[in-house]
Design a protein around this ligand. Structure first.
Ligand code: GCU
Length: 416
């Protein structure tokens, strides 16, 4: 283990002088990354609708049978990491730990549900929270949010009506009042935020004999959190209060990246909302604007899988770009969100990721983004299967954003 960490550090240190020389030759500036549209290099996106064998993809069947599986496999093996098949089968159990029908002054029910995984190698568990409006006819559609906060903080929480995970400006009342349930999945339940050892949490259950660390193409943090979102969905399919066919997945930043990866793979998510997901989210790698592969893997070596390290300062060699990930969500509606001052996440690249993915939405008879030009700041594109807005301000989800997300989800999951 020590050797592995040492060699990882060595790789990372080796990257530093090269990055510096880029700054010297004028290519990079300000924090060593491109933050000026004029400095974006010319780039070539891999074709979405041509198979790896060179076959044009012209029908929905060819998309689903040939191209989509190829693209998902490339993302799994090169970017986020595959979930290996465990040697010892995993048993999963659901346990409703607590049901509070008097939540929010009696307007909502809160359920704390433990999902436990056990096999011959050990066990791990995650607790999800499920809120449903008391007045609404059941089952209700739901917003499943991948949260940075813990869902296990109750015992020491002094504000039972406003626990920690809700304090980040989440308009729970508005969500419930619009007829949605709200489900919280904590990113830290099965893997730590910046995990480096992979000795606790979910990974050990999946190790093969004599394995103690994920292989280069095996799951990093984002992939593990996406897996946990799918396990939450397994539970929701068994919960009669929730309409599991109308669950939107939502996340911000690192969780916005995870949202896209989870929704791309798991077609049970009916809709995806990816807020300011940036690098390894909606933003195109090949624009090399804002955070890039080098920054991502030096600061967070294991959010992605180790194979991704091969593309440091070499994004042009990637056989995929992030528009292809968004395309794997089609025909299900997807919403991409940016902030004008959130330049690290490349708002323009996020828009272009969504715009280029629209090609597949059109192939599947859906409505995508039609203009390569980003819409005016503050204007939301809602009545399209690929939605988008960019609002003034920085890296956060504001009330304005929430209302647009809910309008989008309402339009696609409730009103049509
Ligand atoms: C860092 C990281 C981003 C990420 C963000 C977050 O800024 O560079 O890629 O989106 O953290 O998760 O808040």
């Amino acid at each position: 283990m020590k050797n592995r960490i040492a060699s990882a550090l060595l790789v990372l240190l080796c990257l530093v002088p090269a990055a510096r020389s880029r700054a010297e030759d004028g290519k990079y500036h300000d924090k060593d990354v491109v933050l000026d549209e004029a400095m974006v290099p010319p780039y070539d996106l891999p074709p979405l609708l041509v198979s790896s064998a060179g076959k044009p993809i012209t029908t929905p069947e060819e998309w689903f049978q040939i191209r989509r599986p190829e693209i998902l496999s490339l993302f799994a093996n090169l970017i986020y990491g595959i979930v290996p098949v465990p040697e010892s089968p995993i048993q999963t159990t659901f346990e409703v730990l607590k049901t509070d029908r008097a939540f929010m002054h009696g307007t909502a029910t809160r359920k704390d549900v433990r999902i436990k995984f056990t096999n011959a190698r050990g066990s791990a568990d995650m607790t999800i929270l499920v809120f449903t409006p008391n007045g609404a006819a059941r089952p209700v559609p739901a917003i499943l949010q991948l949260s940075f906060a813990s869902t296990k903080d109750d015992g020491h929480d002094a504000h039972p009506e406003k626990p920690r995970f809700l304090r980040n400006g989440i308009p729970l009342g508005e969500i419930l009042q619009r007829g949605f349930g709200y489900v919280v999945v904590s990113q830290g339940a099965l893997v730590r935020h910046n995990e480096v050892e992979f000795q606790s949490g979910i990974h050990p259950l999946f190790y093969r004999t004599h394995q103690s660390f994920p292989k280069a193409n095996e799951w990093g943090c984002i992939s593990a959190i996406a897996w946990s979102a799918s396990r939450a969905m397994d539970y929701l399919e068994s919960d009669h209060d929730i309409d599991a066919r109308r669950v939107a997945i939502l996340g911000h930043s690192k969780m916005g990246k995870t949202t896209l990866w989870a929704a791309a793979q798991d077609q049970r998510f009916a809709l995806a909302i990816s807020a300011q997901s940036g690098c390894a989210g909606a933003a195109l790698w090949k624009r090399n604007y804002g955070e890039n592969m080098e920054k991502m893997v030096t600061r967070f070596p294991y959010w992605l899988c180790r194979n991704a390290w091969k593309f440091v300062r070499n994004e042009e060699d990637l056989p995929v770009d992030q528009h292809m990930l968004i395309a794997c969500i089609a025909p299900r509606p997807v919403y991409v969100h940016s902030g004008v001052e959130d330049t690290w996440a490349d708002p323009r690249g996020e828009y272009l990721g969504a715009y280029h993915a629209s090609e597949v939405y059109r192939l599947l008879g859906k409505k995508g983004l039609t203009s390569e030009t980003s819409p005016p700041v503050g204007e939301a594109i809602l009545r399209s299967d690929v939605g988008y807005h960019n609002r003034p301000g920085g890296h956060s989800i504001e009330m304005f954003d929430w209302l647009k997300f809910l309008d989008f989800a309402e339009y696609h999951l409730l009103k049509r």
